[in-house]
Design a protein around this ligand. Structure first.
Ligand code: GTP
Ligand code: MG
Length: 147
């Protein structure tokens, strides 16, 4: 079953949005398979955002993402990668519709509260980068036949 990597960024943790964000994915019907509070190293973040290494905002992005703890999570479910991207909204909060996480909780692209993998392939890479196998739980969600 498909999994995605989601991180509540340091601004989201500081602004106490963790509960609200987790609640949205639970209510949608996705299954939580991994969750931890971590201060990401600059090396990990450089690898995570490797595709953006030539962008002018890259060093600012690494500073932002390493400025405090993040909540790193893995969620599972049908079409979870695509659906979570819809639930996040656009990269720039100004383009994000109300009802999306970015559309409801932020205004700056450089403080956009949450990350979600952009494809099944990047989800697999990001999960392997952020989590060890022993940190991911296999469990049966008793509500699964109703979702
Ligand atoms: P992530 O879920 O964090 O990967 O965002 P995304 O997939 O919607 O966008 P992308 O991967 O292109 O960019 C990664 C992150 O870099 C964004 O979420 C922003 O925090 C930051 N970013 C992207 N574009 C800009 C920009 O033009 N200026 C600034 N300051 N930050 C940007
Ligand atoms: Mg991205």
């Amino acid at each position: 079953n498909e999994c995605t990597f989601i991180a509540v960024k340091p601004d989201g943790v500081q602004r106490k949005l963790v509960g609200e964000i987790v609640r949205r994915f639970e209510r949608r019907g996705f299954k939580l398979v991994g969750l931890k509070l971590v201060k990401a190293s600059e090396n990990l973040l450089r690898e995570h955002y490797w595709d953006l290494r030539t962008k002018p905002f890259f060093s600012g992005l690494i500073m932002y993402m390493s400025s405090g703890p993040v909540i790193a999570m893995v969620w599972q479910g049908s079409d979870v990668v695509k659906t979570v991207r819809k639930m996040l909204g656009e990269t720039n909060p100004a383009d994000s519709l109300p009802g999306t996480i970015r559309g409801d909780y932020c205004v700056e692209v450089g403080r956009n509260v949450i990350h979600g993998s952009d494809s099944v392939e990047s989800a697999q890479k990001e999960i392997a980068l952020w989590f060890g196998q022993s940190e991911l739980q296999r469990w049966e969600q008793s509500s699964s036949r109703w979702i």
